[in-house]
Write a protein that binds this ligand. Structure first.
Ligand SMILES: [Zn+2]
Ligand SMILES: [Zn+2]
Length: 136
C-alpha cells in the first residue's frame, strides 16, 4: 500500500496530489470507461475529495450511468487525458485514473466491476471479486 501519490496528465498541464492511501482500487470494464479512455478497461484509485489536490484547469463531461447516477469525468482540455471521475452516488469520492499516477507500482485492484462487459481477451485475476455491474 502507499500513503500518498501524485501524478499528471500527458502534457503536464494538470497535476494532482493525494495525501492518503486510496480507500479502494478497482478496474472497470464498462463501455463508458472504455470509450472515454480508449483502453479496454480503466483502473481507478478511489480517494476522498478532501485529500485530492488538483492544479491546472480540467474540463468535464457529464453522463448518466446505467444505474441512473450522474458521472462527471474530468479531463485535461489540452491533451485529453482522463484525470478523475465523480459519481453523484458518492459525491465526496473521486476516482483517480491510475494510469496518470507517477509511480503506481503499488496498484492492486480489489475488484473488477462490470466484469460482464469485459472483452474476452482481457485477463482478470480470479482471486479478486468480479461484479457484473457497479456494486451497490
Ligand atoms: Zn494535459
Ligand atoms: Zn466504468
Amino acid at each position: 500500500m502507499v500513503d500518498q501519490f501524485s501524478g499528471h496528465c500527458l502534457c503536464g498541464a494538470v497535476q494532482f496530489q493525494c495525501s492518503t492511501e486510496p480507500m479502494f482500487q478497482a478496474n472497470c470494464h464498462c463501455d463508458d470507461c472504455r470509450r472515454s479512455g480508449g483502453g479496454v478497461y480503466a483502473s481507478f484509485a478511489f480517494v476522498d475529495a478532501s485529500v485530492l489536490e488538483v492544479s491546472g484547469e480540467t474540463h468535464a463531461h457529464q453522463h448518466l450511468s446505467d444505474a441512473g447516477n450522474t458521472i462527471t469525468k474530468h479531463f485535461c482540455p489540452s491533451c485529453g487525458s482522463q484525470v478523475y471521475t465523480e459519481n453523484t452516488k458518492a459525491p465526496s469520492r473521486r476516482g483517480v485514473r491510475v494510469g496518470l499516477i507517477e509511480d503506481a507500482s503499488w496498484f492492486e485492484p480489489k475488484a473488477n466491476v462490470y466484469a460482464s462487459h469485459r472483452l474476452p481477451s482481457t485477463p482478470i485475476d480470479p482471486k479478486i471479486k468480479a461484479f457484473d455491474k457497479m456494486p451497490g
